[in-house]
Ligand binder design. Structure first.
Ligand code: PLP
Length: 383
């Protein structure tokens, strides 16, 4: 592949070289399940599309380039990618997970993998002493999400990866909220990066996918085997769609960041919001860590409403451009009520401890005109 250094160029060219036969500049969609073999057990390159497909290969090359890793393994959803990592574990292994992890990741660990005698311990990773004290001789994995979903807490990847290495535990970073444009956890010592590609990388709210990026060949081979044997693969069409989206990822992320920065500053002036949480604001308790490990702050903002659930619903009903929906990272602006939507599966007592309260809203700021979005919020907040 070309030696690409600038991320804007990487986004456009990664995994894309003109198709040899026709010169088609876009990688074709190889919509096929199987491949004719010249002689038994002697396939040309691929034998069956669960094991490999050229459209998926092109996508995985592009995904690896985004995080500057040697390998990438793509999956049919972000949670399938989470599950693939969990399948690396054995009974009696111990895993430390950040407490404010995406609800579905916590649910997968608690409800599906805990029954295989894997111990998952959820802790507040903003407290490094707590992380250090939680590490045991059987700790195999430390699971970080930063910024966290939905409270946008920041976790120090470099410091935790250093602690994990002392115990030979793997550090996994769910980098979905930052995107590879603003944060590259491998550079900070992480072993595996995870993205729900449904979000920023996909960027158009039209597909569900996930991926892992890493440098270790042995681990990559194990994860590729899990992808093949488990079968949670991206279809050729979705691989194509995602690869196409990557071309504008850098452009989109810059606009998400700029819009969110302006909107968060305006939100701080609106009395309806008692708290505005955005890593780019000086008021964010870990703003200095955000500056250290991120190059931009992405498009996610959480707020607490000054008022009861009825007031919150009234505010939501008056929004014109922010649609009430789960998910995030698309070009269009969304708003989500974590307590009843994305994080409803988090046990109630745990939600209370974390602060996922009835008055919390999470905004995914899109790439529309920032003034239109600000006017929309200001108008809806007049209640
Ligand atoms: N990780 C994070 C941070 C998420 O927000 C999500 C989904 O919202 C996932 C993982 C799971 O991804 P998917 O919905 O693609 O399975």
């Amino acid at each position: 592949m070309k030696n690409l250094s600038h991320i804007d160029t990487v986004c456009v060219h990664a995994g894309a070289s003109p198709e040899e036969l026709t010169g088609a500049i876009m990688p074709p969609i190889f919509q096929t399940s199987t491949y004719v073999q010249p002689s038994p057990g002697n396939p040309k390159i691929y034998d069956y599309s669960r094991g490999g497909n050229p459209t998926r290969t092109a996508l995985e090359e592009a995904l690896a380039a985004l995080e500057k890793t040697k390998f990438s393994v793509s999956f049919s959803s972000g949670l399938a990618a989470v599950g693939a990592i969990a399948q690396l574990l054995n009974p009696n292994d111990h895993v430390i997970v950040c407490d404010d992890v995406y609800g579905g990741t916590g649910r997968l660990f608690r409800k599906l993998f805990a029954k295989y005698d894997i111990a998952f311990e959820f802790i507040d990773m903003t407290d490094l002493k707590k992380v250090e004290n939680s590490i045991k001789s059987n700790t195999k994995l430390i699971w970080i999400e930063t910024p966290t979903n939905p409270l946008l807490k920041l976790i120090d990847i470099e410091k935790i990866a250093t602690l994990a290495k002392k115990q030979n535990a793997l550090t996994v970073v769910d980098n979905t909220f930052s995107s590879p444009i603003f944060q590259n956890p491998i550079d900070l010592g992480a072993d595996i990066i995870l993205h729900s590609t449904t979000k920023y990388i996909g960027g158009h709210s039209d597909m569900v996918g996930g991926c892992l990026m890493l440098n270790d060949k042995n681990l990559a081979d194990q994860l590729k085997f899990i992808q093949f044997a488990g079968g949670s693969v991206n279809s050729p069409f979705e691989s194509f769609l995602l690869h196409r989206s990557i071309k504008t990822l850098s452009l989109r992320m810059k606009k998400h960041h700029e819009n969110a920065m302006q909107i968060a500053r305006e939100m701080e002036k609106i009395p309806l919001f008692s708290e505005v949480i955005f890593p780019g604001l000086e008021s964010h308790p870990q703003h200095s860590l955000a500056k250290k490990q991120m190059r931009g702050y992405s498009g996610m903002i959480s707020v607490r409403i000054n008022g009861d659930f009825e007031k919150l619903k009234l505010f939501l009903s008056k929004l014109k451009y922010f649609s009430l929906a789960e998910s995030l990272g698309g070009v269009e602006s969304l708003v989500n009520h974590p307590e009843t939507m994305t994080h409803a599966s988090v046990p109630e007592d745990h939600r209370k401890i974390l602060g996922i309260t009835a008055n919390l809203l999470r905004f995914s700021v899109g790439i529309e005109d920032s003034q239109d979005l600000i006017e929309d919020i200001k108008n809806a907040a007049k209640i």
